[in-house]
Design a protein around this ligand. Sequence first.
Ligand code: AMP
Ligand code: MN
Ligand code: MN
Ligand code: MN
Length: 273
Amino acid sequence: MIFDLHTHSDASDGSLTPTELVSLAAENNVNVLSITDHDTVAAYDRISDGYCSSVALIPGIELSTTWSGRGIHIVGLNIDPASIELRRGIERQQSARHVRAQTIAKRLTKLGIDNPFDAVLANANGAGIGRPHFARHLVDIGVVKDVATAFRKYLGPGKPGDIKSGWGSLDETVSWILCAGGTAVLAHPAKYKFTTSKLRLLLDDFVTAGGRALEVVSGPQDPGVTRRMANLARDFGLAASSGSDFHHPGLTWSAPGRFAELPADIGKVWDSW
Ligand code: AMP
Ligand code: MN
Ligand code: MN
Ligand code: MN
C-alpha cells in the first residue's frame, strides 16, 4: 500500500487541480492520498461528493508556524475540513499570508523591482499567496533564471522575502488540528537542517502541544535520513508518516507516491484510522 499523505494542489502553491492531482496519484498507484495545501482546505470544497476514484482521500492541511525564529510546517491529517475552530485558524493564516505578501512586495520594491503585488495576486489565481508565487513572478520578469535562484537570492531563509511573523503559534496550529479531530504531524523534519539536539527541542515542544506523528519519509531521501528520523519518532513516541510533498508534474520535485517505504518496525500514523 502506498500512503502519500503530503501533496499540494492549485488551491495553494501546486499546479494541478485537486481532481487532476487525485488522477495522477491513481496513475502512480497511490492507495491513500491526502491533499495538504498550505493553510487551506479549499481543495476539499472543490471535490464534489460524487467524485469517485480508486484512491482513498484523507482530508489534510499543512499549517505554517514559527518556532525559534524559523518557519516550521505542521501537517494535519484525517481532519474534519468543516471544523469551525480549524476554519477560524485558516482565516487567520490567510490574512497573515495576505499581509505578509504585501510586506514581501514592498521589500522587493525597495530592491528596485517594480511592485510585484498585483501580478503575484493574479498569478495565485485565488489561492493564498506564497513565496513560490513571488518566485515564479521573478522568473517571468527575468530578474532570476529559475525558482531555485529566486529562493536563494530573495525569498529563502534570511533573505528579504523571508517574513515569519503572523502565523499562529505551534500550540495554536496543533490545537486547530486537534479540534478538527485530526492528527498533527511534524512535516519534512530533515528540511529544516537542524542539528539533532535542536530537532529534539522542537519535538519536545511539538509533543507538549499535542503533536503525535513525524514525517519520517518526505519524498526521495537518503536511507540514513530515514533511519535517523525513525529513531527520533521512536524516542518521542511518535507515529511515522510518509508523503511526497508533490507540487508540480515534471519538475525535480518528487512525484505522488514516489518515495521509499517506511521501516516495518515502526507505528504508522494510519494504524489508528
Ligand atoms: P510559503 O508558504 O510562502 O512560506 O512558501 C513555502 C513554499 O515555498 C514551500 O512549501 C515550497 O513549496 C516552496 N519552497 C521553499 N523553498 C524552496 C526552494 N528553495 N526552491 C523552490 N521552492 C521552495
Ligand atoms: Mn509549497
Ligand atoms: Mn512544507
Ligand atoms: Mn508541503
